[in-house]
Design a protein around this ligand. Structure first.
Ligand code: AMP
Length: 171
């Protein structure tokens, strides 16, 4: 399965200089989408994970089917102002712009082991903020899973010793 054939490069989106990795062709290919979820599930099935956490918005697309496949609870991390209950919040820098992410204060029980899922690892700021959030609510980061890793941006370096799985690496 060559996943790169189903990931489209869109230059200068959403800003000049950004080469956007568009996963919509992959989402339209059920066999490939299934393959991605199976790869994540195979990797984590026998590892200690209690909760699957999806990062808004494209992280949800992978976290939700993975949570169902593994039979684990699903927790959303959302951009500021979207979650209705009491939240913890962390601000961070993006490859383009700045943002804050939030999670419900009751999303994770103390000591629970959380797998964070997103589509792309770029500078690592988003996943690092997600990891900080989990620790702020008393959870433990069990691992980080992304479809795509942009290796030249060295996002891994920001993520310390957390276990990181990426299925496709660029360049
Ligand atoms: P970062 O925090 O820099 O690791 O950026 C990762 C987040 O921004 C992910 O949630 C991605 O969805 C999005 N993102 C960053 N860079 C790109 C890119 N080149 N193509 C697609 N999505 C990106």
């Amino acid at each position: 399965m060559n996943l790169k054939d189903l990931i489209r490069d869109v230059p200068d989106f959403p800003e000049p200089g950004i080469l956007f990795k568009d996963i919509t062709p992959l989402l339209k290919a059920p066999a490939a989408f299934r393959y991605v979820i199976d790869r994540f599930a195979d990797h984590y099935r026998n590892r200690p994970v209690d909760v699957i956490l999806g990062i808004e918005a494209r992280g949800f697309l992978f976290a939700a089917p993975l949570a169902l496949q593994l039979g684990k609870p699903l927790v959303p991390v959302r951009k500021k102002g979207k979650l209705p209950f009491t939240t913890h919040s962390v601000e961070y820098a993006l490859e383009y712009g700045e943002a804050a992410v939030e999670v419900h204060t009751d999303a994770v029980a103390p000591g629970e082991r959380v797998l964070l899922v997103d589509d792309v690892l770029a500078t690592g700021g988003t996943l690092a903020a997600g990891a900080q959030l989990i620790e702020a609510v008393g959870g433990q980061v069990a691992g980080l899973a992304v479809l795509i890793e942009l290796v030249d941006l060295h996002g891994r370096d920001l993520l310390g010793s957390h276990d990181l799985l990426s299925l496709v690496q660029y360049p």
